[in-house]
Design a protein around this ligand. Structure first.
Ligand SMILES: *Cc1c(COP(=O)(O)O)cnc(C)c1O
Length: 401
């Protein structure tokens, strides 16, 4: 997005501010669908947890996307956004049988990732088809917090337990209509990914009622120049070919699903914050902004890199800064960054702020969460108001004692 427009939006709506460019979401969505054009039946389910504003969900509905959800509240948001329940898949981990039943009652596709719930669910509701999340034990993911497919991961049912799954299916008479995996959040190596898909094909062909295979996500996007990222076009060529072979092998048209979050929204998001203080110490120049990890936790939580630009002074001389937040503990957005000379009052722009940024924000330090703006066909729309003191007190009870 043009940084002059971003600057205008920061002036209009104040800071800190999240801005989402829908055009960028659409182009990423199209990249995936075009990579898999030779597959007859393809469904992309946007992973709601990456960015869950209802207007973003409505935009995904416009694109004809489905939704991937991990909580009953995300399911409710999807329904509120107008999605048909049949276009929503629910992939929880470690939730109660009761929540799963409540979601199933809405007509949403259930994806089960442990044997005990599978058995209980099958005994009570053999008529409701379920998808099974398989752990193929393939290592993916750039960070131990987001790598979920390895041997001691809490996610999925191990491929070594497939005989057990089949026993449960036989005993309960339930139908398995989908096989799923989600191996982690950073697929770099297509060959590793394809190895995992082979394992999934092997499992999938053992279930007669199969309607879809969901290959999850973990597509990596570039955060800085020179970053390697998932070559979705190449994956499309190789996996489509293999998938079509699989359909011929099993003699029916199976739907290929993906559920990307980051890939679809990361680069569409910009986080704008104002510099409150430029502080020169003996070793470092700090730029302290009107925000903190309460608004964008990824650098502190995942060591993630977000490019930072000074959009108030794009043509200034580059200098080195550590950009820090106002939270009263270590709160660093970026150390030793080369940024165009910063003055107090300048607006800094953080890139890749679409995925897992606002959705992970909090009121820590009793700060307000930022406003969110959607940029759609040349117009800006306020899609979430900045919080006020009322929101901080919301649900707190004054007790007399
Ligand atoms: C988080 C999650 C995703 C999305 O992962 P990205 O790395 O954002 O693409 C997909 N599927 C499941 C089950 C998830 O938990």
């Amino acid at each position: 997005m043009d940084s002059r427009i971003l600057l205008q939006l920061a002036e209009k709506y104040g800071s800190p501010l999240y801005v989402y460019d829908t055009e960028r979401i659409a182009s990423q969505y199209t990249r995936i669908t075009e990579a898999f054009t030779t597959v007859n039946s393809l469904q992309i389910n946007y992973a709601v947890k990456a960015l869950s504003n209802i207007n973003i969900l409505k935009y995904f509905k416009k694109l004809n996307s489905g939704l991937d959800t991990v909580s009953i509240q995300e399911v409710q948001l999807g329904l509120e956004a107008g999605f048909d329940p049949s276009k929503i898949i629910y992939t929880p981990n470690g939730v109660s049988l009761e929540e799963i039943e409540n979601v199933a009652e809405k007509g949403v596709q259930i994806n089960i990732d442990n044997l005990s719930i599978l058995e209980l669910f099958g005994q009570k509701h053999p008529e409701i088809p379920v998808c099974i999340r398989i752990n193929p034990h393939i290592m993916a993911g750039g960070n131990s917090k987001i790598s979920v497919g390895h041997i001691d991961s809490k996610f999925g049912i191990s491929i070594h337990q497939v005989p057990h799954i089949k026993r449960v299916v036989e005993n309960t008479g339930m139908r398995i209509n989908g096989i799923h995996m989600h191996t982690g959040s950073d697929i770099l190596d297509i060959d590793t990914f394809l190895r995992a898909t082979e394992i999934l094909f092997d499992v999938a062909k053992q279930f007669d009622n199969l309607e879809f295979i969901d290959f999850g996500s973990g597509f990596k996007v570039p955060y800085k120049e020179g970053d390697i990222c998932t070559d979705i076009e190449q994956l499309g060529v190789q996996l489509s070919k293999r998938f079509n072979e699989f359909c011929r092998e099993v003699g029916k048209e199976v739907t290929l699903m993906f559920e990307p979050g980051k890939f679809l929204v990361s680069e569409a998001g910009y986080f704008l914050a104002k510099v409150n203080v430029v502080k020169q110490t003996t070793s470092t120049v700090f730029a302290g902004i009107d925000s903190g990890f309460n608004h964008l936790i990824r650098p502190m939580m995942y060591d993630s890199y977000h490019q930072i630009e000074n959009i108030s002074n794009p043509t200034g001389r580059d200098r080195y800064y550590s950009v820090v937040g106002y939270i009263c503990e270590t709160d660093t957005f970026g150390s030793n960054r080369r940024i165009s000379e910063i003055s107090e009052g300048d607006i800094l722009c953080f890139k890749n702020a679409g995925a897992y940024c606002f959705s992970m924000s909090s009121n820590y330090n009793s700060r307000y969460r930022p406003a969110e703006v959607m940029f759609y066909e040349g117009e800006d729309y306020l899609i979430r108001k900045r919080e006020t003191f009322k929101d901080i007190l919301n649900n707190q009870e004054h007790v007399e004692f």
